[in-house]
Design a protein around this ligand. Structure first.
Ligand code: ATP
Ligand code: MG
Length: 417
């Protein structure tokens, strides 16, 4: 992408109505646009980050036999009444509306009910099981407070997966596989060291649910973590009994603020019973399908990545999610400089490496500040000096030192990453 053509602009002004670092930086860098509190639009570079995160999640969900679909945003009230979750007293984040004929509809804040009801059309016999389905969806939730930028939206992207299994044993096996897949996702997006499998309150069916909590000052949760074992306990279930049950010692645990980036839990057969999703087993018995639910907050994850890595100069993206891997800062417009910069841009782009090419008529200092604010992993300076030396001047986002490298060597290095 040539910056001379990108419609978004960076801004030096810190948005006055935004207290969260993630939203402030993303707005200043032109990655998101704030429509209103808790409601953000994703602009080309912000969307690219989201797509990169989604692609990693998609690969890991496909690897465990997940099948992607997309459910509707408008939902029928009757299904939520069957599970007693239509009432605003029971679920406090509902957005609701009415059709012209006065039929009440809900705006999807979650989709267990809808997917499970739909599955009655397809899952009838033990031969149809298991089935694992997932989607990326914009959830709508009338959150009371929205002060954490994109980490808590009233409109936000979630990946939600649902597992339909034959038996408790089969379910538990998949639950463990999904847990591993989740850990891989957080590893791949750069949060592996900071993300802990966390025991949290379970609900009617199991003693615990599991959260994936990333240590973050801006997180809304408090956890007690064990670094060595990569486990944590959410404050809400932090008792001597639970500590002992998990084979941990109180004095080995570290208290930390954390953000819930994912959440998985088991419903057993309860939701299937409420919604009438039964199958016929090998012996001809009618049984409820065993259901599990697995969420990842895609936009929250992006916010947590910003919070975790950004510095006083701006965003810092891990390689795997960066909207571009390379920022070319072209200094001057002499013919040979333009030619060298255009050539590098072409070669990297053709090699499948996303580039932000700063071909604008601006001072070097402004370009360097923008390269930092954008948080692109590699900054490459091309000037008459570097062209004369047949080298590129390269700096990684977090480093202060630059290194000189031949263009071909740099391209090969990136292709191998
Ligand atoms: P929280 O405890 O943060 O309110 P939740 O327990 O209601 O979240 P789920 O309904 O299980 O969350 O949603 C799955 C995931 O979606 C969460 O783990 C979180 O990462 C993300 N998420 C939930 N609510 C929001 C929100 N308002 N904005 C952004 N992401 C969210
Ligand atoms: Mg939660």
């Amino acid at each position: 992408m040539r910056l001379s053509q990108l419609f978004t602009k960076t801004s030096k002004t810190i948005p006055a109505d935004e207290t969260a670092k993630n939203a402030r930086l993303l707005i200043q860098a032109g990655y998101v646009y704030k429509e209103m509190a808790g409601v953000y639009a994703y602009l080309p570079l912000g969307l690219q980050v989201l797509e990169n995160i989604k692609q990693i999640v998609r690969e890991e969900m496909n690897a465990i036999e997940g099948q992607e679909l997309i459910m509707t945003s408008l939902q029928q009230k009757e299904l939520w009444e069957k599970t007693d979750r239509w009432d605003d007293e029971k679920v406090d984040v509902w957005f609701k509306s009415k059709l012209k004929n006065s039929t009440e509809v809900g705006f999807g804040w979650s989709h267990e009910e809808q997917i499970t009801n739909m599955m009655r059309n397809y899952l009838n016999s033990y031969r149809d099981l298991p089935a694992y389905v997932y989607q990326f969806q914009t959830k709508l939730r009338n959150e009371l407070r929205a002060k954490s930028g994109i980490m808590r939206g009233r409109e936000f992207v979630m990946k939600d997966m649902y597992s339909y299994s034959l038996s408790e044993e089969a379910h538990q096996k998949f639950y463990d596989i999904a847990t591993e897949a989740y850990l891989k996702v957080f590893e791949r997006v750069g949060l592996g060291n900071d993300t802990f499998l966390t025991f949290a309150s379970g609900g009617a069916f199991t003693q615990f649910s599991h959260e994936f909590q990333t240590v973050a000052d801006t997180g809304e949760d408090t956890i007690y973590l064990h670094r060595g074992k990569k486990l944590a306990i959410n404050e809400e279930v932090f008792t001597d009994e639970v500590i002992a049950q998990l084979g941990l010692q109180r004095d080995e645990l570290e208290k930390a603020k954390a953000a819930e980036v994912g959440n998985i839990f088991s419903f057993g057969g309860t939701k299937s019973e409420q919604l009438d999703l039964y199958f016929i087993d090998e012996d001809g018995n009618r049984k409820p399908v065993i259901l599990g639910s697995y969420g990842i907050g895609i936009t929250r994850l992006m916010g947590v990545i910003v919070e975790r890595f950004a510095d006083d100069k701006g965003l810092v993206w891990p390689m795997a999610v960066a909207p571009a891997k390379v920022y070319i800062a072209r200094i001057g417009d002499e013919e040979e400089v333009v030619k060298a910069a255009d050539e590098l841009y072409e070669q990297l782009t053709q090699g499948g490496i996303a580039v932000l090419y700063d071909d604008r008529d601006m001072r070097p200092g402004e370009k360097f500040a923008d390269a930092d604010l954008h948080g692109i992993p590699y900054r490459v300076v091309i000037s008459s000096k570097t062209v004369a030396a047949k080298q590129l001047e390269i700096k990684q986002r977090r480093e202060t030192e630059t290194v000189m490298m031949e263009p071909q060597a740099f391209i090969e290095k990136l292709l191998c990453l």
